[in-house]
Structures are given as structure tokens and as C-alpha cells.
Ligand binder design. Structure first.
Ligand code: TYD
Length: 139
């Protein structure tokens, strides 16, 4: 399966009307996991790179609910770059995928849905170690 297929773009429905927009995200429908945690990142800018890790256990959906950012996603083999530029789209990131978030607009609010509670021990923050694990997994 290509990395693009592993990390699909999710388009949310617009339930808005003349009063404004409304986007609903419900666990189980549209999101391929039960949502255990939500966090959001703001106050970053175009000079900052965040993420720079892979997670052994957690799956994520990233949504720029305001502003824009980019996500560089790799499995150590392929790389894709997704621009998150509308509140009605997200990108799904499964376990063991490396991601960097960057190029944040000043008004960027990056909402992250996660499948787990936070556990720092499940993070791989060394890219060389990540590549080695992926190489072994692919043997
Ligand atoms: P970090 O993983 O570096 O953020 P990012 O992936 O956006 O670059 O997290 C920053 C700090 O926040 C770090 O000390 C861990 C802590 N943290 C939590 O306690 N819970 C969480 O759910 C997250 C995402 C981070």
C-alpha cells in the first residue's frame, strides 16, 4: 500500500448554513479509531518544526481548524507532504509513521485527535533509530 493510501486525507461534511460553518467529528464514524485524547498546537510560526517523531501505539488525525500548516510524513521509504489548509479536512496518521509539522501560519491552530492517552515512552524521537526499526520490520 502506498504511503498516500496509508495516510488518507479525510474530508468532513459541512453542516453550515447562512449562520456560519459547522464541522462535526464523531469517534467511530469518519475517524478510524476511538478518540481518547485531543490536543491543539498554536503560537508556532514559519520558523518552527514540530513533531519529529513516530509513535509505536498512537494513531492521529491532524486538522488545521484555523490557519495553515504542512505535515511531512514518511515511513522511511516514501515521503508525502500534506498542506492542511481548511477546517474541513484532516490527515490520518497511523502507528509507526514519522511526521514533522512546519510552515505554520501565524493564525494556525492545529487540532490533533489521538487514539491513546499520552505516554512519552511510545515516542520514537531519533530518526536513525526509527529507520533501523522500520528496516527490521520490513525484513
Ligand atoms: P511534543 O511531543 O514535543 O509536541 P509536538 O509533537 O507537537 O512537537 O510535546 C511537547 C510537550 O508536551 C512534551 O513535554 C510532552 C508534552 N505532551 C503531553 O504531556 N501530552 C500530550 O498529549 C502531548 C502531545 C505532549
Amino acid at each position: 500500500m502506498s504511503l498516500k493510501d496509508k495516510c488518507p486525507i479525510i474530508e468532513f461534511s459541512d453542516l453550515g448554513d447562512e449562520r456560519g460553518k459547522l464541522v462535526v467529528i464523531e469517534g467511530g464514524t469518519g475517524i478510524p479509531f476511538d478518540i481518547e485524547r485531543v490536543f491543539y498546537i498554536y503560537g508556532s510560526d514559519a520558523t518552527v518544526v514540530r513533531g519529529e517523531h513516530a509513535n509505536r501505539e498512537s494513531e492521529f488525525v491532524l486538522i488545521n481548524v484555523a490557519g495553515t500548516s504542512k505535515v511531512r510524513i514518511t515511513d522511511g521509504d516514501e515521503e508525502i507532504i500534506v498542506e492542511l489548509n481548511k477546517p474541513m479536512m484532516g490527515v490520518y496518521i497511523p502507528k509507526m509513521i514519522w511526521k514533522d509539522m512546519y510552515d505554520f501560519s501565524e493564525d494556525s491552530v492545529l487540532l490533533v485527535l489521538a487514539s491513546t492517552h499520552y505516554d512519552g515512552k511510545e515516542y520514537i524521537r531519533d530518526y536513525a533509530e526509527y529507520l533501523e526499526i522500520m528496516r527490521k520490520n520490513n525484513e
